[in-house]
Design a protein around this ligand. Structure first.
Ligand code: PAF
Length: 285
């Protein structure tokens, strides 16, 4: 696996792979990799001949007071994991390589609709930062396909929308959420949890499972289910941010006759904000 830091080196390596007739798969990350990221790289390696990963902690998607400065930088360990998962080329640029003229005058990409509400409401500007950097990375790498985790369900919807709306010839593949044995969705931010908080954290997923089970049994009073689940989050020690039931395809608020639903939640445990989601097919009426 080769590591490059500049766009020039990246383009040269990709041009060579293209000249050899290789299909390019891409996995953008912010590093501090765990088994969830590894699964994304493995999927890319199954579907493409040449796998590019990026590690770039994108300042544009962090709000004031968020964890940009303390976000773990673990390059040596990340390189080992990428290599073992089948990555061929790592792009690890500095901020100046991605935003050479600073971020103030940077052209932005905003995706209306799916980026509104949920994390879009709690983290103003976050999805504009994600859509902008992903657009730039897509233009730099020009992959045939790119893999993103379903754990960031709204982010995946934003990226699918931007690729479609901007006519990018890139196949977007969603990869299932990887979970610890106790159900906690793997996330780089789990590392912020104390031992005590880590023991509480799986309650977030258990709450989603309880709502999913009620929907499968035919419950349709969404508001009541949400209130019960958030009360359980509070009792477990979370400070709920949101818990919503949405149409799994277009992320619009769920209607009683929707066949594919997704339950999405974000909640704080101490200073750590955790998110999770669960797709469910409710009982037919
Ligand atoms: O999911 C992430 O790690 C980031 O939001 C992404 C897609 C790499 C963009 O910075």
């Amino acid at each position: 696996m080769t590591t490059v830091k500049t766009l020039r080196e990246l383009r040269a390596a990709i041009a060579q792979a293209r000249a050899e007739g290789k299909q390019i798969g891409f996995v953008p990350t912010m590093g501090n990799l765990h088994a969830g990221h590894v699964s994304l790289v493995e999927i890319a390696a199954q579907r493409a001949d040449f796998v590019v990963a990026s590690i770039f902690v994108n300042p544009l998607q962090f709000g004031a007071g968020e964890d940009l400065d303390k976000y773990p930088r673990t390059l040596a360990a990340d390189r080992e994991k990428l290599l073992a998962a089948g990555c061929h080329l790592l792009f690890h640029p500095d901020v100046e390589e991605i935003y050479p003229h600073g971020m103030g005058d940077q052209t932005r990409v905003s995706v209306p609709g799916v980026s509104e509400g949920l994390c879009g409401a709690s983290r103003p500007g976050h999805f504009e930062g994600v859509a902008t950097v992903v657009t730039k990375l897509f233009n730099m790498v020009q992959p045939d396909l790119a893999v993103f985790g379903e754990k960031d369900y709204q982010q995946l919807a934003v990226i699918r929308a931007l690729v479609q709306d901007l006519n990018m010839p890139i196949q977007i593949i969603g990869a299932p959420t990887q979970r610890a044995e106790d159900g906690l969705a793997l996330s780089s931010r789990n590392g912020y949890l104390s031992a005590e908080q880590r023991a509480v954290a799986p309650a977030l997923y258990r709450g989603l499972q309880a709502v999913a089970e009620a929907l499968r049994r035919g419950a349709r009073d969404y508001q009541r289910l949400i209130e019960q689940a958030q009360a359980q989050q509070q009792a477990a020690g979370f400070v709920p941010d949101y818990l919503e039931i949405r149409n799994a395809v277009n992320l619009r608020p769920a209607q009683v006759d929707d066949r594919h639903l997704v339950i999405l939640t974000a909640a704080h445990l101490g200073n750590t904000r955790l998110i999770d989601n669960l797709v469910v097919e409710p009982a037919s009426q």
